[in-house]
Design a protein around this ligand. Structure first.
Ligand SMILES: Nc1ncnc2c1ncn2[C@@H]1O[C@H](COP(=O)(O)OP(=O)(O)OP(=O)(O)O)[C@@H](O)[C@H]1O
Ligand SMILES: [Mg+2]
Length: 277
């Protein structure tokens, strides 16, 4: 199983759009996916048409120890479950302030979920902060994907983000790696986006070999600005169901293909038949 934390403390860079469409694209390819909405804004839940109003159990109930992820998850489309969130989750930050092991709650909950029901992918949509919810996602995940909008000041804040992954790796989750950077809201017509991409590549190349981001790559698939991606959430659908032929669906489809190609790299080596004896 791959568990992916989609994070960037900067707001509006494409975290939710990427989490939802990555998860939905993987589900379309037959992977069993659980998308966990960790943002009190609840945008990922709404994007998939999962209504978390009223008495609906949410991920808040998991953090407060009242329910398991298995109780809370809802089937959104074939092969894709969503663990919804709502504004209650905003209280978690304060409520857990003195709780021992508060960074490990989600990790334990995911382990229990996977004992009951196997998933190929867990995708976590983080809020735009580096608080306890994001730390829980980093502690539970094996991989981090960072959506980045390549414009002026895009790289500002990135060092803080990377430092946080290094801290979590050191203290809480030795397996954590930053595996990819997804360029979102990409302007093909501007030189600026290309310049920022070059700067980022240079930064990654010159990083400490032990840093969790050392082997991070910038995904080849650039997610262009496309109005259909902005419209899809209002219809409670992923881009693949809302506008399957749009540039947004093509770009996220290409990203999903790259992610799936990466499965080979993490699969256990297969012993050739001739060597088996
Ligand atoms: N490639 C794109 N083309 C057009 N609109 C996009 C694209 N990606 C995201 N958007 C829109 O930009 C806004 C911000 O995107 P999104 O919600 O995915 O960012 P976010 O990082 O999750 O934001 P937040 O930090 O608030 O959680 C949304 O209205 C979304 O529909
Ligand atoms: Mg979001």
């Amino acid at each position: 199983m791959r568990s992916i934390c989609v994070m960037n403390q900067k707001g509006g860079v494409g975290k939710t759009t990427t989490s939802v469409n990555l998860a939905a694209g993987l589900a379309k390819l037959g992977r069993r996916v659980c998308l966990i909405d960790l943002d009190p804004q609840g945008h990922a839940s709404l994007h998939m048409g999962v209504d978390a109003f009223g008495q609906t159990p949410t991920v808040y109930d998991v953090f407060s120890g009242k329910r398991s992820l298995a109780d809370v998850k809802q089937l959104a489309v074939d092969n894709m479950w969503v663990v919804p969130s709502d504004l209650d989750l905003a209280a978690t930050e304060v409520e857990l302030v003195d709780a021992p092991g508060r960074e490990m709650i989600l990790r334990g909950a995911i382990e229990r979920l996977c004992q009951q029901q196997p998933f190929d992918y867990i995708v976590m949509d983080c809020p735009p902060s580096l608080g306890v919810l994001t730390i829980n996602a980093l502690t539970a995940a094996k991989e981090v994907f960072i959506p980045l909008q390549p414009h002026f000041l895009a790289l500002q804040g990135l060092s803080k983000l990377f430092e946080t992954t290094a801290l979590v790796k050191r203290r809480l989750n030795r397996d954590l790696v930053v595996s990819g950077i997804v360029l979102c809201l990409y302007e093909t017509s501007t030189r600026l986006a290309a310049d920022i991409t070059d700067d980022l590549m240079r930064f990654l190349e010159h990083s400490d070999p032990k840093a969790p981001w050392k082997n991070a790559r910038i995904f080849e698939s650039r997610i262009r600005r496309n109005i259909k991606l902005a419209e899809a959430p209002s219809f409670g659908q992923s881009i693949f169901d809302y506008a399957a032929k749009s540039p947004g669906a093509l770009d996220y489809g290409a990203l999903v293909a790259e992610v799936v190609a990466g499965e080979v790299a993490i699969a256990p080596p297969i012993t050739p038949v001739s060597d088996a004896a």
